[in-house]
Design a protein around this ligand. Structure first.
Ligand code: ADP
Length: 429
């Protein structure tokens, strides 16, 4: 049996730093934030964990010049990665042993139906995240490793899990349920969960702010276009529809994923092309989307090729944009009234041609992009529609780490002000 040590929150009242960890299968991204002003103290990335070519990039942001330091050479596992990050932070006077650290916030990809809110990690919570591994085989194991590693490093601190799926748990049952046999679906927990929820939550709230209105008053379509891409329809601050499903494969065309496809393509590949289930998985997740269509998944490169007259790149771009348009139309119908269409993430924030092409021809829906505003490069939330447009079109840079830090700090703060005992890191073997 494991005990659940607790600590009185009041001891941590002065602690106002949050470490955010995003643990992937072979990488860990980290950010240390000062919640007094929500600024970054340092950011870093450890990649290719377990390989001979591991690399750590660490950038302290407290001094004048943000100079990135690099370490190369094998970093054996996640524990070694976090240890290396802790050493870099300590070298900047930001050691993770500091009493100023209030909590560690973890991105956890799949929270199933149970986790609708950020949650302090207990043994029981970890078990539940583990129970969800079959529906998130690539992500949840890495997230669990990240949590256990952080617990071992600071067993006295609350660890908070912030789930990618949580924002989508408000979707009505008739949206979340696939039209397949109910018993089979329920036996295997097959339904639409949605992902990128932290980003959709943050960006939809920021968009309301940009419009000068309360989130409860506005209906927003968010287009998160990174390497992975997803759309969501957010009505009055609550998600009512999103494009990713049981896994992040459904929906939009992505960097390497097909997005929506007739499921019969998979049986066809098996029966006719003789491919195994794993081969089909790799095909649809890693060798499809933009990379499958034209060999490149970087939108900058695709635009460069189009400018040189490359037809495959042009076709890939058109397929990508056509899917986006379909979702904008579908979500306009779902919402009934749309106040803003918002672009975010790598492609959404940076690619003016994608934004222009996705909105082109949608005047009947009240959607227009101003070419001048669309061409402006900025890291700030901004409108790109003309004043007269019925529906705002906006670019809102996403900030998943800030959202995780905010949610983590708020949760710890709420517990403190309620005088609750916080479960702190316990190592359950
Ligand atoms: P991830 O899903 O990996 O977090 P990002 O949100 O960082 O992805 O987006 C990465 C993608 O953004 C790149 O693959 C590239 O296609 C696109 N991107 C980044 N910068 C630009 C740019 N200046 N112009 C067009 N596309 C860009």
């Amino acid at each position: 049996m494991t005990t659940t040590p607790t600590k009185k929150g009041s001891a941590a009242v002065q602690a106002r730093r949050v470490l955010v960890l995003n643990s992937g299968s072979s990488s860990v991204k980290y950010q240390l934030l000062d919640m007094n002003d929500r600024s970054r103290l340092a950011i870093g990335l450890v990649e290719r964990i377990g390989e001979a070519t591991s690399r750590l990039l660490h950038t302290p942001l407290t001094g004048g010049d943000a100079e990135t330091r690099e370490r190369t050479g094998r970093i054996a596992d996640h524990a070694a990665a976090l240890q290396a990050a802790a050493e870099e932070l300590a070298a900047d006077g930001l050691g993770l042993d500091s009493p100023e650290l209030a909590a560690i916030g973890h991105r956890v990809v799949h929270g199933g139906l149970r986790f609708t809110e950020p949650t302090v990690v207990t043994d029981e919570v970890l078990k539940e995240i583990e129970r969800l591994v079959p529906v998130a085989p690539l992500h949840n194991p890495a997230n669990i490793t990240g949590i256990r590693t952080a617990q071992a490093l600071r067993p006295d601190l609350p660890q908070v899990a912030v789930f990618d799926t949580a924002f989508h748990t408000t979707m009505p049952e008739y949206v979340a349920r696939y039209a397949i046999d109910v018993e089979t679906a329920d036996a295997h927990r097959i339904r639409r969960y949605g992902f990128h929820g932290t980003s959709h939550a943050y960006v939809s709230r920021k968009a309301a702010e940009l419009l000068g209105r309360a989130p409860e008053e506005v209906n927003v379509i968010v287009l998160h276009l990174g390497n992975g891409a997803s759309a969501s329809a957010v009505a009055g601050g609550r998600c009512v529809e999103t494009s990713m499903g049981l896994t992040p494969l459904e929906g939009l065309v992505m960097g390497t994923r097909s997005g929506d496809i007739d499921p019969a393509v998979t049986f066809h590949l098996k029966r006719v092309a003789g491919m195994s289930t794993d081969e089909i998985d790799v095909l649809l997740n890693k060798k499809s989307g933009l990379v499958g269509l034209c060999g490149d998944n970087d939108m900058r490169e695709i635009r460069r090729r189009i400018d040189e007259g490359d037809e495959r790149a042009a076709l890939a771009f058109n397929i990508y944009v056509h899917r986006l348009k379909k979702y904008i139309g579908a979500y306009s119908a779902v919402l009934g009234r749309v106040d803003a269409v918002v672009f975010t993430a790598g492609v959404g924030e940076n690619s003016a041609p994608v934004r222009e092409a996705a909105i082109a021809g949608l005047e009947e829906l009240g959607l227009v992009v101003d070419a001048g505003l669309n061409a402006v490069r900025s890291g700030e939330p901004r409108l790109i529609s003309p004043n007269y447009a019925r529906v705002a079109v906006a670019v809102v840079p996403t900030d998943e780490e800030l959202e995780i830090a905010d949610q983590t700090f708020a949760l710890v703060g709420r517990a403190e002000s309620a005088g609750q005992e916080m479960p702190v890191g316990q190592v359950d073997n």
